[in-house]
Design a protein around this ligand. Structure first.
Ligand code: ADP
Length: 296
């Protein structure tokens, strides 16, 4: 595929920070997201996920450092055309009908892909004559996604897109996003707190916590770099960097980094994405390799 972003990261943060009046929402963030990936941005409420996506959509400017988007450091009309963004509150015109909203999308975007936009709406069986103001939250999400996909963006930034969708609609939309990524090489960045929805969909991970990037990289490599250990003797965890340990009765379960050989007394397995994320989220203080690198 001849993509103008070939060889260039879709997003690249260097020393990125953003401060609001109340303090820093993001600080010292460094990461690189290769083009063509489906990246999950995960973290608790207030972690800085929306701020990061708004910086990517150029709705906000960094306070320090930079976030290159599709290779560009600034904010140009050309860049805005190449980036699609669906905000959490999905701003749409409530008085327009679904069909009128789509027509507006077509008129505003020279490269409008009506087939994709229509497919997103058809799956939701939306009445083209319905006014936006009369739609449910989930239906509005669908219209906002149809608009963003119809634009044919190289980079699609979605802030909690699945939050108000029912499970069937989530499944359908994940399918559309994956097809979009496969067919057109679109880079998709979606924030989510619904961890199970991300499994099998994302191939890149950004874990954001308290304004810092705790994990960033290829999902398979991150999972390979961890083991879930179950056993009886917690003192044998000493050689490992322990992300989280929990004990119930005589059994200890721990998520560790694979930085030391695993003692044969442990039952060892590769964590699932959910195991990994929950362990990190439950132990915000752990000094992980990323934390150490960031602090160096
Ligand atoms: P998340 O999307 O992970 O929930 P946000 O990026 O929305 O996190 O928020 C990160 C931090 O920045 C929070 O402490 C939040 O209160 C603060 N924040 C977000 N937006 C604003 C704003 N417009 N003005 C002041 N503080 C803000």
């Amino acid at each position: 595929m001849n993509n103008p972003t070939d060889g260039q990261p879709a997003l690249e943060a260097v020393g990125l920070g953003r401060r609001y009046r109340g303090g820093w929402a993001l600080r010292n963030c460094d990461f690189s997201l290769p083009a063509g990936r489906i990246c999950g941005v995960v973290g608790p409420n207030g972690a800085g996920k929306s701020t990061l996506l708004a910086l990517g959509a150029r709705l906000l400017a960094p306070t320090e450092g930079e976030l290159r988007v599709l290779g560009e450091a600034g904010n140009t009309p050309d860049l805005r055309r190449r980036v699609g963004f669906v905000a959490q509150d999905k701003p749409l015109y409530p008085r327009l009908t679904v069909a009128e909203t789509l027509r507006l999308g077509r008129e505003l975007n020279p490269d409008w892909d009506h087939r994709t936009a229509q497919r997103v709406l058809d799956q939701g069986q939306l009445d083209p004559k319905a006014r936006i103001g009369s739609l449910s939250g989930g239906q509005r999400t669908r219209v906002a996604l149809a608009l963003a996909l119809g634009k044919g963006p190289e980079l699609l930034l979605l802030d909690e897109p699945m939050a108000d969708l029912d499970p069937l609609a989530r499944h359908q939309l994940m399918g559309i996003l994956m097809a979009e990524a496969a067919e057109r090489g679109t880079t998709i960045v979606l924030s989510s707190h619904i961890l199970t929805e991300l499994e099998g969909v994302i191939d890149h991970l950004l874990l954001v916590q308290s304004g810092r990037i705790r994990l960033a990289g290829d999902l398979e490599q991150i999972l390979d770099a961890h083991r879930l250990l179950t056993g009886g003797d917690g003192s044998r965890l000493a050689p490992h960097t322990v992300v989280e340990r929990r004990s119930t009765g005589r059994t200890t379960t721990a998520l560790v980094r694979t930085d030391a050989p695993v003692d044969g007394s442990w039952e060892s397995s590769r964590p699932t994405l959910e195991d990994l994320l929950l362990s990190y989220l439950r132990s915000p203080q752990t000094d992980t390799a990323t934390d150490r690198e960031a602090a160096a």
